[in-house]
Design a protein around this ligand. Structure first.
Ligand SMILES: *Cc1c(COP(=O)(O)O)cnc(C)c1O
Length: 239
């Protein structure tokens, strides 16, 4: 499906047009859907190619790898503008001894999966920095192998986390089980949208639904995603 001869900029353009297409099919405005380019395992040059093609938000899964790229970027004098513009999102599993570096070096964290992690991120966020934007990861399919809040415990936990001073709870995130069928993808993604609606009815003010990857992008748009996390369809297959 991916043409190896295509550049990152070309693939990015194709992904953007898929988003526009999916949005128009579900009567949504593409401008309500943000694209997060997931650059895990990919070098900084690829990130810069995407940046120079207009991409601002980048998602990383592995802390050390992300910090290395950030440092590398900070040292490129010709890319000072990119270093200022790029918005870094942490989307990977979080170990509690890594929260300080995450709180200090990212603008968003999508993978907050327990109260203790949220408390640490809030405590460790620098006073000088704006609130850290977070999404709570939901284990939609109750998979043993996946982290995240269970749908049942979500409401009580979101309320607790919303009280933490240096965090801004923006919404929910999920990585559903991979499914081939559009209708099955749609069904599980709609569940996240439903959970978010329930929380907003209960008085929360969540504006972000972080869902949809290369394989379920269209279904995610139809189910109300406001932030798609796309890796391989932009940067090519991972090693
Ligand atoms: C890798 C990853 C993505 C991107 O997946 P693709 O299938 O490459 O688009 C999105 N979200 C998370 C949490 C990831 O780890």
């Amino acid at each position: 499906m991916l043409d190896p001869a295509q550049t990152v900029a070309e693939r990015l353009k194709i992904v953007q047009s898929r988003i526009t297409e999916a949005a128009s099919q579900s009567g949504r405005s593409a401008s309500d859907i943000q694209l997060l380019a997931v650059s895990k395992t990919k070098p900084l040059v690829d990130i810069l190619q995407a940046y120079h093609a207009g991409q601002i938000d980048f998602g990383e899964n592995y802390l050390q790898e992300a910090l290395q790229k950030q440092e590398e970027l900070a040292q490129l004098h010709d890319e000072a503008q990119a270093a200022r513009d790029i918005c870094w999102h942490f989307i990977g599993p979080i170990q509690s001894n890594k929260t300080r570096a995450i709180a200090e070096n990212f603008s968003w964290v999508h993978s907050v999966d327990r109260l203790k992690i949220a408390q640490r991120l809030s405590q460790q966020r620098d006073e000088q920095l704006p609130e850290l934007n977070i999404c709570l990861q939901v284990n939609l399919d109750n998979e043993e192998s996946k982290s995240g809040f269970s749908p049942q415990e979500l409401q009580q936990q979101v309320i607790e986390i919303s009280k933490l001073p240096k965090l801004r709870v923006r919404g929910l995130m999920a990585i559903p089980k991979p499914r081939q069928e559009y209708s099955e993808q749609l069904q599980s993604l709609q569940r996240l949208q439903q959970l978010q609606d329930e929380l907003n009815k209960a008085g929360l003010n969540l504006d972000t639904l972080s869902m949809g990857m290369s394989q379920d992008l269209a279904a995610a748009v139809a189910a109300g995603s406001t932030m798609l996390r796309v890796g391989s369809d932009i940067f090519g297959p991972r090693n």
